[in-house]
Design a protein around this ligand. Sequence first.
Ligand code: ZN
Length: 134
Amino acid sequence: MKILKIDHLGIAVNSIEEGKKFWADVMGLKFKGTETVEEQEVKTAFFPVGESEVELLQSTSPGGPIARYLEKKGQGIQHVAFCVEDIEAALEELKEKGIRLIDETPRKGAGGAKIAFIHPKSTGGVLVELCQRD
Ligand code: ZN
């Protein structure tokens, strides 16, 4: 597969408002706005850094994936996202290599990107997101 860049770091937070105080006010990153991804029960906020971004993730429901992550592990880096040229081809290649996928086919992520997650059991403990932006 062809990886183009690190697209973003996904950071689970209790509150985007609180997170903004560090990432925007202290670190001086530009706040690009928020977007809610209903099907993932998450509200996201993006802060561009060069060609990549910091993505803050706040849960919108008590049973959602970010809520469960925060309960287990607390705030912190939740996933690393890599931009690929062709996400369908990348998933095929991973399947052939016996890599465990959370998403066998791409789904819709923030900003209209196609995204898919690789299971941390197959990556040495890192939740890896692949994304393709057109
Ligand atoms: Zn992400």
